[in-house]
Design a protein around this ligand. Structure first.
Ligand code: HEM
Length: 147
């Protein structure tokens, strides 16, 4: 699905912000709401005990963060735009500024997300597309330890 899709009618900025152009939005059609729920649960099962990522979350806010990540991903991969309706323009890099994300934190996030993708048992093409997307966007989130 590209930015011309009816989903983005009058919202070209949204398509750009989600970096959807050129990406096949059919991932949502394949894994559905349930797939993104499974993925984010598998990811957030691992976060609280992690010594780098766990402490970044204000006490007890893992479930709220999980739901936001799920809704964001559902929209990013071609499903309903709940995240944007509720939270507005994603501005994810800006929203992550309060959290100290250096290369080590980025790599740990990727490690847990890779395990979550494996646990979610997506078809290989879907898993590959997600891994590529997450590797890029997680690098984009680095906000500490670089000149
Ligand atoms: C690179 C390492 C990353 C770290 C350490 C990290 C950490 C965090 C933390 C601590 C929060 C705040 C939760 C809260 O206040 O409730 C958060 C929110 C969020 N993260 Fe990340 N994150 C990372 C990468 C990513 C990536 C790659 C994505 C998406 C592709 C993402 C999507 C989100 C979303 C959608 C939210 C909710 C933002 C909001 O609406 O407030 N994060 N993240």
């Amino acid at each position: 699905m590209a930015c011309e899709s009816a989903v983005y009618a009058g919202k070209g900025w949204l398509c750009d912000a989600l970096r959807i152009g050129g990406v096949d939005g059919s991932v949502f059609e394949i894994v559905g709401e349930a797939g993104f729920d499974r993925l984010t649960k598998a990811f957030y099962d691992r976060v609280p005990a992690d010594e780098i990522l766990g402490p970044m979350y204000p006490e007890g806010r893992y479930e709220q963060a999980r739901v936001r990540l799920r809704d964001f991903l559902v929209g990013r991969f071609g499903g309903p735009q709940r995240y944007v309706e509720q939270r507005g323009h994603p501005r994810l890099r800006m929203r992550h500024m309060p959290f100290p994300i250096d290369e080590r934190a980025r790599n740990r996030w990727m490690e847990l997300m890779t395990q979550a993708i494996q646990e979610a048992e997506f078809p290989p093409a879907v898993a590959d597309e997600m891994l590529r997307y997450f590797a890029d966007s997680a690098t984009f989130m680095i906000n500490r330890g670089r000149p």
